[in-house]
Design a protein. Structure first.
Length: 173
């Protein structure tokens, strides 16, 4: 079922490319078969069935080319580990998400946190762009962590935490 959804997503995102690929495959097959007909007069590919078969093969080729899988699995040799890469909206996936932020845990959208970064998208998605509750959770979890005060920073927070410092944020279940 997921394969059909992936196929439909590929066709709907690239309808002109899909039609172009059908045309390309049909033209190539038609040309090859006409060449075979030219050199061997005993071989006859004519009629509606011939046309439909060529069209079906061309459509299958086009669908194969525009199909985009929603996930890929990579088996790690000599281990019992498989890495699964899932394509799509990370916030619609179940489970815990791990997002990287800078060492200041900035939350102001714009200059310190780009709205196009994963952190910025998270702030917009989970907190509606108003990060007060995000800041409260960060402050509560970092109050015992040593930090360095940076006074010459222009935008954002001035407390720099060691690389690798993590906090757990609860938002939208």
């Amino acid at each position: 079922m997921q394969e059909a959804i992936d196929l439909w997503r590929g066709i709907s995102r690239h309808p002109l490319r899909t039609l172009g690929l059908v045309y390309l495959a049909f033209s190539a097959l038609f040309t090859l078969i006409q060449a075979a007909n030219f050199f061997d007069k005993k071989v006859k590919f004519e009629g509606l069935i011939y046309f439909v078969v060529l069209l079906i093969i061309s459509m299958c080729f086009a669908m194969w080319k525009v199909w985009k899988p929603s996930k890929a699995q990579i088996k790690v040799d000599h281990t019992n580990t498989t890495i699964e890469i899932v394509f799509g909206d990370i916030f619609r996936q179940p489970g815990i998400k791990i997002l990287s932020v800078n060492d200041f845990f900035d939350s102001k959208l714009g200059k310190p946190v780009s709205e196009k970064s994963l952190h910025g998208i998270f702030l917009k998605h989970a907190f509606g762009g108003y990060p007060e509750s995000f800041d409260a959770q960060v402050e509560r979890q970092l109050k015992r962590i040593k930090f360095t005060e940076v006074s010459d920073k222009i935008d954002g927070k001035t407390k720099s935490y060691p690389i690798g410092t993590t906090v757990s944020i609860e938002a939208n279940d």
